[in-house]
Structure formats: structure tokens, C-alpha cells
Design a protein around this ligand. Structure first.
Ligand code: PMP
Length: 401
């Protein structure tokens, strides 16, 4: 009989030549558990998904309750499903007044696709502007606006009429013109290695979009739901987009995406043609119930208030000669090492030290720390102790390979 490991390689489509290949039987809080008592402290949260930890009791309860009521009923947009309605109301209540209309989909990429189509439809324009080193997803539209040529080149031709500007270069903003349907940006570039906008950059983009009639789209798929110490980066930077894209932590561990705009803008998807943007499973009731429960946990447990303190504890404890810098805010941190080979070694060997780490897509000299926001100070201390042991070993061994 083949092992799960063998079957994984045989029957599941692979995404790289070096998958982590950890077998997990159970997950709870900040821990994942493998066979034979193996335990891993999750410093990644499934890439900024499990902000309230794994299987938070309130989230599990909401999932069970909704599963007992109904699962899929009908394609999105037809039935009045109370988990969708309640979640949309809650989200819109937390956002600026102009973001009052929520279109649920299944993933981040799909939410980006929806946002791009909405911007084209509303403005009647086709030019899509984004930024170098941005990541917005792997589907064709999202890939077309991605700011990394390596990932795009193998899949051309992609969408025409796209342009990638230099992030944090104010002069590049002049390229936003009256042919531009939208400018899409992550307020903080995550996969680029947690790159913050320089002061004034996002307001300048906002101003130029307003002048030219281009819509501003914020992709908060990774920065949303308290990850950087604010519920959304909108409040961090005081800039309100025309469309907000959410996913990852939106579903509380279940697959869910959304693009949120004003009722006026969103209404342009209703006609000419009708049913021009539809989804079968978008806003699945179990996912919406889980997402709402998770959002309530973030609020009720004051997870955002403690985020900065936890971030500072990581920074204080992670004093190691191999670390040249720690970028980021809240619990989205990029730990910079002198060379990519150190990062490769540390991430690959982290499980041997009971830790789960991850790379960034476009930043080879840093690894990511993005644990559940529920992580306790004691768990942070334990994680940092293990990390320092791992980095000692990394320093000795990485170059020998
Ligand atoms: N936007 C950003 C900023 C992301 O980080 C990601 C996923 N890493 C996506 C979009 C795409 O989301 P998904 O993988 O759910 O399609």
C-alpha cells in the first residue's frame, strides 16, 4: 500500500519541486499536529489566513450551525442567504461609508478579477495600472497585472493594455490618465517582502485617480483583518479606495473572497449584459458564517490592540547575528538574512525545530513571520528561542550544501 506521502506526489498536482511535505492530522490555536506527536508552531497562518488561529471554537461552532441549516442553495446573487447578508452588513459597517456594497466570490484572485471587470465596466475604459513586485493572484487577469515578469513570461499572451509602475516612485504616477480604468495596489506590498509605501505615496495615487476618473483599488487580501495592527490598511493610511479587495482571513479558514465598492459603482454589473459577472459558489453560506464568526473574534478578543505589542516582542527577542533587518508592522514581518541561501535553509529546516516558516514570492533574502493574531507572549518567546537555534544551525550549515 502506498503511503500518503507517495500518493500526494502521485495524484496531486504539484506547484514546485520542493513542497514542504508535512503531514498534518489536526490543528488548533497556533499549533499543527502531525503523526507520532509531531507538533509545529505555525508562524505563517496559512499565509495570513488563520488570523484567529486554527479551529477557533467560535468559528467551528458557526460552521457546524450553518452546516445544520443549509449548504449550497443556488448560484450567488439569487437567494437571500442570511450568513451573506449579515457578513456584508458587518463588513460595510466597519468600512468608510462609500464602501457599502459587497460582492462575494471564492478567493483572492477571483476578487481581483471581479474588481478589474467592475472598473472596466464602470469607467468604460480598458487600461489597468498596477505596481512592480505586486502580487494579485494567479488567474489570467490577476497575472496580467502582477508586477513580476518571471511569473508572467511563461504564460503570455496576457491581457493587453496593462502597465506596471514603480512602487514608491511619485513621478511614475503621471502615467495614470483618462484612459485608465483602475489603479490597483496592495497598500503594503506583501510578497515583495513587506514593503511599505513612503509617506504621501498612497494619497498621491488617490488624488491622481480622482483627477483622471480612474478607480483606485486596494488589494487588502493579505493586509486585512488586523494583520498589520489595523483592521484594514485603509485606516492605517487614511486613504479610501473605490474598490476594496478582500480574501484570505475573510473566510476565517474557509475559502472566501470579496470585492467591495459603493452601490453606485457596483450597480454597473447588473445590466448590459445582465449576469455579466456570476459565480456558483461565491459567498458560500458556511464560509460567510465562518468569516463573520472570525471577524467577531478579532473584535471581541481585542486582537488588534495587542498586535503591536506582540510585534515588538518578536523584534526584541529576535536578536541574532544572522538577522540583518526585520521589516514590517504588526504581525506581518519580513526577517532579512544576508543571503537567499540562508533563507532557503532556514525555511526548509524549520519543521525540524517545530516551526513553520515561509518564503516570500519576490523577496529571496527574507522569510516571513505572520502567525495567528491569537499567539500568546509565551508562544512568541518559545518561537523565538527555537528560531534562534534554527538560525545558529543555518549559519553553520547553509553554505555547506
Ligand atoms: N492578492 C494578494 C495581495 C495576495 O497575497 C494573494 C494571495 N497570496 C492574492 C491576491 C490571491 O489570492 P488567492 O490565492 O486566494 O487567489
Amino acid at each position: 500500500m502506498l503511503t500518503n506521502r507517495q500518493l500526494f506526489l502521485l495524484h496531486l498536482g504539484q506547484t514546485s519541486t520542493a513542497p514542504l511535505m508535512l503531514e498534518i492530522e489536526r490543528a488548533e490555536g497556533v499549533f499543527m499536529y502531525g503523526p507520532r506527536g509531531k507538533k509545529y508552531l505555525d508562524l505563517i497562518s496559512g499565509v495570513s489566513v488563520s488570523n484567529t488561529g486554527h479551529r477557533h471554537p467560535k468559528v467551528v461552532e458557526a460552521v457546524k450551525e450553518q452546516a445544520d441549516a443549509y449548504l449550497h442553495l443556488m448560484v450567488y446573487g439569487e437567494m437571500i442567504q442570511s450568513p451573506q447578508v449579515k457578513y456584508a452588513e458587518k463588513l460595510c459597517g466597519l468600512l468608510p461609508a462609500t464602501l457599502d456594497n459587497c460582492f462575494f466570490v471564492n478567493s483572492g484572485s477571483e476578487a481581483v478579477e471581479g474588481a478589474l471587470k467592475l472598473a472596466k465596466r464602470f469607467t468604460g475604459r480598458s487600461k489597468l495600472i498596477s505596481f512592480k513586485n505586486s502580487y494579485h493572484g494567479s488567474t489570467h487577469g490577476a497575472l496580467s497585472i502582477q508586477g513580476n515578469e518571471l511569473y508572467k513570461n511563461a504564460f503570455r499572451p496576457l491581457l493587453p493594455d496593462t502597465l506596471q509602475l514603480d512602487f514608491n516612485n511619485e513621478t511614475s504616477i503621471g502615467a495614470i490618465d483618462r484612459k485608465t480604468a483602475c489603479v490597483i495596489t496592495e497598500p503594503i506590498q506583501a510578497e515583495a517582502g513587506v514593503i511599505f509605501p513612503v509617506k504621501g505615496f498612497l494619497p498621491k495615487i488617490r488624488q491622481r485617480c480622482t483627477e483622471t476618473g480612474a478607480l483606485l483599488v486596494f488589494d487588502e487580501v493579505q493586509t486585512g483583518f488586523g494583520r498589520t495592527g489595523f483592521m484594514f490598511a485603509i485606516s492605517r493610511f487614511g486613504v479610501v479606495p473605490d474598490i476594496l479587495v478582500l480574501a484570505k482571513a475573510l473566510g476565517g479558514g474557509m475559502p472566501l473572497g470579496a470585492f467591495i465598492s459603493s452601490k453606485k459603482i457596483m450597480s454597473s454589473l447588473i445590466t448590459n449584459p445582465q449576469l455579466g459577472h456570476i459565480t456558483t459558489f461565491g459567498g458560500h453560506p458556511v464560509c460567510c458564517a465562518a468569516g463573520l464568526a472570525s471577524l467577531n473574534v478579532i473584535i471581541d478578543e481585542n486582537l488588534i490592540a495587542s498586535c503591536e505589542e506582540k510585534s515588538n516582542l518578536f523584534r526584541k527577542e529576535l536578536n541574532h547575528p544572522l538577522i540583518s533587518d526585520i521589516r514590517g508592522e504588526g504581525l506581518l514581518l519580513a526577517v532579512v538574512l544576508p543571503e537567499p541561501e540562508f533563507v532557503r535553509y532556514a525555511v526548509a529546516h524549520a519543521p525540524d525545530y517545530g516551526l513553520l516558516l515561509d518564503y516570500f514570492l519576490f523577496c529571496p533574502d527574507a522569510f516571513r513571520i505572520a502567525p495567528p493574531l491569537t499567539i500568546s507572549p509565551q508562544e512568541i518567546l518559545a518561537a523565538c528561542n527555537q528560531l534562534k537555534i534554527l538560525l545558529d544551525v543555518t549559519m553553520k550549515n547553509a553554505r555547506k550544501k
